[in-house]
Ligand binder design. Structure first.
Ligand code: C5P
Length: 399
C-alpha cells in the first residue's frame, strides 16, 4: 500500500498518456495522493479536466499563470511529493532531463526536485533505439533515476518492438519499489557478482567470462522489493545498479573481506564467478618474455566465500543462495554442490558456449532446493532476477 504517499505525476505528450489516467486511479486505490502535471503536448492526448477529476486535485499545466505561482511555486510543488513519476516519459522529456533543461513546467520541476524520480519511457521503437536516447537513458540511470519499462509489443504507430509504456500495475510496482515499500522492506540482502581478477603480475591477470549481468539484475530486483542491498562486485562489464551499496573488489580474497564486512545479512546470494585459484607466486614487477621459457606459475586455492558463509555457526543469514555454472550434468553437480557447500538453494545453469548464456542477456536456470528441482524456462536475466527475488521474499515469509 502507498497510504499517505504523495506522487507528483508528470504526464508527457504521447499516446500512452491515456494509461496515465488509469495510473492516477490505481495509485489512489493504494492510498496515495496524486498531483498531476501535464506538459503542453500531453494536453493533445488527455484533457486537464480528466486528470484533475481522477486525481481529485488541481492539475498543473505548462501554461501556469501567476495565480498558480502564488498558490504553490514550482520549487515547493516539486518537493511536496515523496516521489516524482514521469509517465509517459517521451524521448523529448528524457532528453531534457538528461541535458538539465528547465524551459517548461515539467522540466523545471524535474530540475528543482530533491526527491526520487521514476520514469516510464514510451516512444516509437526507432526513437527508443536511437543512439541519443541510449545516451540519455544511461545518463539518467547514472543520475539515479529509476526506470520502468518500456515493454516490447505492437505499438500504436504500427511498428513492433520495445517502446510501449510499461503497464499500469508494473508502474505501480515501480512506485512501491522507489518508495522502498516492497515485501523485503527492512531486510538486508548481500549479493556477490561478476568475475574476479587474480593477478599474475602488475599488468596480467587470470579472469573468466562472467559479465556480472545476472548479479546486477538480481541486486536491482531485490532493491525493487524494498531490500537494503549490499552489492559486492568484481570487475564486471555491466554497470552496478543505482540505489544499492556497492563494494568494488578485484580478487577473491578482497571479495571475501568485503562480504565479511557487509555481514550480518538476512539473505546472501552468491552470483559471482569467483576464481577457484590465485597465482601464489604473482610477480611484483612485469614478467619479461626475454627471461626465457614460460613462467613457472604455482597456484593456491581461493577461499570458498559461499561455503564460509553457509557454514557459519553464529549469525548465518537466514537464506544462503549459491549459483552453479556448469557445462555438463548441470543438476547432478548442483545437487552435490548444495550439499557440499551447505547453502539452502542453488541456482544452476548450463553455460556451455552454444547456450550463449555466459555474457548473454538470457538465462535458463534450475532452482535446486531441499524440496527438489524446479526447471525454469529460458528467459531474460532481468526476469530470472525478478522471479528469484520474489521467491526470496516468499521464503522469508514476506512475499
Ligand atoms: O564451486 P563453484 O565455483 O562451482 O561454486 C559456485 C558458487 O560458489 C557460486 O555461488 C559462487 O559465487 C560461489 N563461490 C564462492 N567462492 C569461491 C568459489 C565459488 O563464493 N571461491
Amino acid at each position: 500500500m502507498l497510504t499517505g504517499k504523495r506522487i507528483l505525476l508528470i504526464i508527457g505528450g504521447g499516446i500512452a498518456a491515456y494509461k496515465s489516467l488509469d495510473l492516477i486511479r490505481r495509485l489512489r486505490d493504494e492510498g496515495a495522493g496524486v498531483t498531476p502535471v501535464l506538459t503542453r503536448a500531453a494536453e493533445e492526448f488527455v484533457t486537464p479536466l480528466s486528470a484533475s477529476a481522477l486525481a481529485a486535485e488541481k492539475v498543473y499545466r505548462d501554461l501556469f499563470d501567476l495565480t498558480d505561482e502564488a498558490e504553490m511555486g514550482h520549487i515547493e510543488l516539486s518537493r511536496a511529493a515523496d516521489l516524482v513519476v514521469v509517465a509517459p516519459a517521451t524521448a523529448d522529456l528524457m532528453a531534457k532531463m538528461a541535458g538539465g533543461h528547465a524551459n517548461d513546467l515539467a522540466s523545471t520541476l524535474l530540475m528543482a526536485t530533491d526527491k526520487r524520480v521514476l520514469i516510464a519511457p514510451a516512444m516509437n521503437v526507432r526513437m527508443w533505439e536511437h543512439a541519443a536516447t541510449r545516451r540519455n537513458l544511461a545518463t539518467l540511470q547514472g543520475d539515479g533515476v529509476r526506470v520502468v519499462g518500456p515493454n516490447e509489443g505492437d505499438m500504436a504507430c504500427g511498428e513492433f518492438g520495445p517502446g510501449r509504456m510499461a503497464e499500469v500495475p508494473e508502474i505501480v510496482a515501480g512506485v512501491r519499489a522507489a518508495l522502498g515499500e516492497g515485501p523485503l522492506k527492512g531486510k538486508h540482502v548481500l549479493v556477490t557478482s561478476g568475475p574476479t581478477h587474480e593477478p599474475i603480475d602488475p599488468v596480467r591477470y587470470i579472469a573468466n567470462r562472467s559479465s556480472g549481468a545476472q548479479g546486477a539484475a538480481l541486486a536491482a530486483a531485490l532493491r525493487d522489493l524494498g531490500a537494503r542491498v549490499s552489492f559486492i562486485t568484481g570487475p564486471a562489464s555491466v554497470a552496478s545498479p543505482a540505489g544499492v551499496a556497492v563494494a568494488q573488489v578485484e580478487t577473491a580474497r578482497e571479495m571475501e573481506a568485503a562480504v565479511q564486512a557487509a555481514l550480518p545479512a538476512d539473505v546472501a546470494v552468491f552470483a559471482a564467478a569467483v576464481a577457484d585459484w590465485r597465482v601464489e607466486n604473482a610477480a611484483g614487477e612485469k614478467m619479461k618474455k626475454d627471461a626465457g621459457g614460460a613462467p613457472d606459475l604455482s597456484f593456491a586455492e581461493n577461499p570458498d566465500i559461499l561455503a564460509g558463509v553457509a557454514q557459519m555457526t553464529a549469525g548465518r543469514p537466514e537464506l544462503v543462495v549459491g549459483f552453479a555454472a556448469e557445462t555438463t550434468d548441470v543438476i547432478t553437480h548442483a545437487e552435490a554442490k548444495r550439499a557440499r557447500k551447505g547453502c539452502d538453494w542453488i541456482v544452476a545453469n548450463d553455460v556451455s558456449p552454444e547456450t550463449g548464456i555466459m555474457g548473454g542477456a538470457e538465462n535458463a536456470v534450475h532452482l535446486v532446493t531441499a524440496d527438489g528441482v524446479e526447471d525454469w524456462p529460458r528467459m531474460g536475466k532481468d526476469e530470472v532476477a525478478r522471479r528469484l527475488a520474489a521467491r526470496i521474499a516468499e521464503a522469508l515469509g514476506a512475499g
